[in-house]
Design a protein around this ligand. Structure first.
Ligand SMILES: NC(=O)c1ccc[n+]([C@@H]2O[C@H](COP(=O)([O-])OP(=O)(O)OC[C@H]3O[C@@H](n4cnc5c(N)ncnc54)[C@H](OP(=O)(O)O)[C@@H]3O)[C@@H](O)[C@H]2O)c1
Length: 367
């Protein structure tokens, strides 16, 4: 099975190519720069892999590069700036699409803007297949099911908190560049506060669909501390993918997404000149030693609460594992056509169980 990796010349792209090869599939490296793609193939241990050169402005060439592949994994960020042409090319090629985007605004644009086209093309489009996007969405669904008042397709709860509780760990230059792109776009568009406040109120929708992530908003309040087994952690509101993915499959009045306050301060200090000083590829040993932790807490309409967490190491390596496992599932097991949050495309517990073979642990408990 051929899996196309767009942006394969970058850091996440290279890890994804290596993971495609490790799983026994055939990687096809796609991007704008042949030399970088070949260097990446070699570094990923895929010397003989096929390289297809196509720029973002060459829609037809990009679609042709994807056409005989079972899925495309897009790793070229900032997605806010670069992402949409790749989604369009995958749809033109009728190839399943996944990406490694962590940018909430882009994820919302994909989920809301490409649904009908994806249904017409008969393919699944699943953004946010990263170490935070997928585990955060899957565990949020599982805690929502635990306290839901409604049985059936769409759980119903009063509130969900999704917290990314990793500390100041490793980040690639590509991640830093993406954070800056998000702030620059927010500033240039003079984004109204509710578009950046990562809390969404979902009103009266019974079926999951694009409408559920488009709904309105709310106050910026909420506690600034999350209790964990290791003690209280200071947090700040931050637009994680879960702010848009969770309301796609849970009827919920309020979704709060937060990160550690110290990490929020680090992100806030990022400027274009600082980005250039961030190493392109994070230190290998630091990467292996780093840990990530996604926590979700649901409050039911009757006040009951459930909490769940997912934790693992090496966030970038895990992103590659998650994206490739997602591509395999779309290609081999199938999924409904349309734009889908991770928990709509995949069985949440089954997907998390699969990650345990990579050292991930997860649990859902009454809070
Ligand atoms: N948890 C998360 O949210 C998470 C985890 C992992 C990755 N990510 C995201 O994945 C993205 C990639 O990260 P990274 O560290 O791999 O970055 P990177 O090493 O800088 O790679 C960026 C890729 O984008 C391509 N690219 C840049 N500008 C382009 C353009 N104008 N046209 C076509 N291709 C272009 C680059 O191509 P060249 O090789 O030709 O320069 C390269 O392949 C980032 O947005 C990052 O935030 C998110």
């Amino acid at each position: 099975m051929r899996i196309a990796v767009h942006g394969a010349g970058g850091f996440t792209g290279r890890l994804t190519v290596a993971e495609v090869r490790r799983r026994g599939f055939t990687p096809v490296l796609v991007g704008r720069n042949e030399e970088r793609l070949r260097r990446s193939a070699a570094a990923a241990g895929a010397w003989d892999a096929e390289v297809r050169v196509a720029g973002l402005a060459e829609g037809e060439a990009l679609a042709a590069a994807f056409a005989d592949c079972a899925a495309v994994i897009n790793c070229a960020g900032p997605f806010t700036v670069l992402g949409q042409p790749v989604v369009r090319a995958a749809l033109a090629a009728r190839t399943h699409y996944l990406d490694t985007a962590g940018e909430e605004g882009f994820i919302r644009e994909v989920l809301d803007g490409f649904h009908e086209e994806a249904v017409r093309a008969g393919v699944a489009v699943v953004p946010a297949m990263t170490d935070d996007g997928a585990p955060g969405d899957l565990i949020a669904r599982l805690v929502a099911e635990r306290v839901s008042a409604a049985a059936g397709l769409v759980p119903e709860v009063a509130e969900i908190l999704v917290a990314d509780l990793r500390g100041r760990g490793v980040a690639s230059r590509g991640t830093a560049r993406s954070m800056v792109a998000v702030s620059e776009r927010a500033a240039s568009e003079r984004v109204v506060p509710e578009r950046v406040v990562p809390e969404r109120e979902v009103l009266g929708k019974d079926v999951p669909g694009p409408e559920m992530s488009r709904r309105g908003v709310v106050d910026g309040g909420g506690p600034s501390v999350v209790d964990t087994e290791e003690g209280p952690v200071d947090v700040e509101a931050f637009a994680l993918p879960g702010a848009v993915t969770v309301p796609r499959h849970v009827r919920v009045r309020r979704v709060r997404t937060v990160i550690r306050a110290e990490v929020a301060a680090l992100f806030a200090a990022l400027t274009p000149d600082v980005v250039d000083s961030v190493p392109e590829i994070p230190d290998e040993a630091a990467r292996a030693a780093s840990r990530w932790l996604m926590l979700a807490e649901a409050t039911g309409t009757g006040g009951g609460r459930a909490r769940g967490w997912v934790t693992g190491s090496d966030a970038y390596g895990m992103t590659a594992v998650i994206a490739v496992e997602g591509a395999r599932r779309l290609a081999e097991d199938g999924a409904p056509a349309g734009t889908l949050a991770p928990a709509q495309a995949f069985d949440p517990a089954g997907f998390l169980d699969q990650l345990t073979t990579h050292g991930v642990t997860w649990q859902v408990t009454p809070a």
